[in-house]
Design a protein around this ligand. Structure first.
Ligand code: NAD
Ligand SMILES: O=C(O)C(=O)C[C@@H](O)[C@H](O)[C@H](O)COP(=O)(O)O
Ligand code: ZN
Length: 371
């Protein structure tokens, strides 16, 4: 299968996202060109390195490897310190290259390390999860989590190349695949109704990793993201739409404690359902469209309700407090991405606080008692 290539047009910081089976092997020249004469180092999670590390070390034999434990817990100050110290110990200079090899956790962590190491060195993303291929490796958001919430310490820092080798996905657990699919659904819901229709028909074959449909879904997702990022790199406007479901989702992740009970994509799935239902409550979207969003998410095997999250104990008030940490808050005012229709999201600047609290109170009323 020929590789697909999506450019991210950002002037002198433009780069390509190369997609398809065998993309890694076919990117060796470009990789070596980026690394040049500088010192490269690979940041990977233990699981990914154990299963696929040989494929990267075959291309970059000289590069030391820094591994971190798998899971959201590695997007922490402690991991950041360990990775940054290891990169410095490996003599990665400003002309050096940090290569993230893993899912979104490793990409966000290694990207933040690359952004800050000697105030910025080169950075390459080799995503190994579906989520990282369609979303986190593209667009330059890098971050670690803080006690107050998700991604609260980070930087915008673009990679020089993204290599999405879909053959790496064969070992990805199904639950992780579905979590990535949630972000694919997001692109349909937020701005591409025809893509949402396509996903409604082809979701099952995509999740079965049928090569053509999978590569197409990744390509369209990356095209959607690249278009928005090129227009609004630093989220002054349109980029906020990529946050559909995330204000609710991040608050759920914070309440769940980043311990693996709720994956990011699952939080986004519940968050998008809540966003659609709240949009209907506000009269922005029809009940039928909101129900279709919920059905598409549920049909993909993703959770749609806070009650679907095992052992979650939280309240409307706690959720509202976590939502206030959202980076879209402006002058203390919460802004939410809501839906006018499938394929038409809008950033709502003046959220009706009474309606929101009533909505959260209903949505979370049985959370700690439901199974
Ligand atoms: N920067 C962004 O724009 C952006 C966008 C979306 C999500 N994110 C962030 O991404 C993170 C979630 O990323 P994720 O869903 O990739 O999770 P992840 O990085 O935790 O990876 C998921 C799990 O899959 C394993 N794994 C990875 N690749 C594998 C493979 N090929 N085979 C077998 N196992 C494999 C990992 O070891 C891990 O246990 C969250 O922290 C989220 O906030 C960032
Ligand atoms: O790239 C973006 O912009 C996104 O919002 C993509 C999201 O899927 C991603 O989870 C992102 O990390 C969330 O950003 P945040 O600014 O809400 O932390
Ligand atoms: Zn996300």
């Amino acid at each position: 299968m020929t590789l697909r290539r999506v450019p991210v047009a950002l002037g002198e910081r433009s780069y390509d996202v190369v997609i398809g089976p065998g993309a890694l092997g076919q990117s060796v020249e470009r990789l070596r060109e980026i690394v040049g004469g500088g010192q490269a180092a690979i940041v990977a999670d233990d699981t990914v390195w154990a299963q696929h590390g040989h494929q990267v070390s075959a291309l970059l034999a000289e590069a030391p490897v820094i591994t971190v434990p798998p899971g959201e817990g590695s997007k922490s100050f402690a991991s950041f310190e360990r990775v940054a110290e290891a990169l410095l110990a490996a003599n990665v200079g400003r002309d050096g290259t940090v290569i993230a090899f893993g899912g979104g956790v490793v990409g966000d962590l290694a990207g933040f390390a690359a952004a800050t190491l000697r105030r910025g060195c080169r950075f390459v993303q080799i995503p190994t999860t579906l989520l990282a291929m369609v979303d986190s490796s593209v667009g330059g958001k890098t971050a670690i989590n803080a006690r107050a919430g998700k991604n609260l310490v980070g930087a915008f820092y673009q990679p020089a190349l993204v290599v999405a080798d879909t053959s790496l996905l064969h070992s990805l657990p199904n639950r992780e695949l579905r979590a990535g699919y949630a972000e694919i659904l997001k692109y349909g819901f937020l701005g591409n109704r025809a893509f949402a229709d396509y996903l409604e028909t082809n979701g099952k074959v995509i999740l079965d990793q049928s090569p053509d449909e999978l590569a197409y879904a990744i390509e369209v997702s990356v095209q959607e993201k690249a278009r928005i990022v090129a227009a609004d790199e630093r989220e002054k406007g349109e980029r906020a739409l990529l946050n559909l479901g995330h204000t609710f989702g991040h608050a759920l992740e914070a309440a769940a404690g980043y311990d693996g009970r709720l994956l990011h994509g699952e939080g986004v799935a519940v968050g998008m359902t809540l966003a659609a239902r709240f949009s209907a409550d506000c009269g922005m979207i029809t009940e039928a469209e909101a129900k279709r969003v919920e059905r598409m998410i549920a049909d993909s095997g993703l959770p749609t309700r806070p009650q679907d999250i095992p052992g979650l104990i939280t309240s409307a008030a706690e959720q509202r407090a976590f939502m206030q940490q959202d980076k879209k808050v402006e002058a203390g005012q919460l802004r939410l991405v809501l839906l006018e229709a499938i394929g038409a999201a809008r950033l709502v600047r003046s959220v009706d606080e009474t309606a929101l609290m009533a909505f959260l109170t209903t949505a979370f009323s049985t959370v700690s008692s439901a199974s």
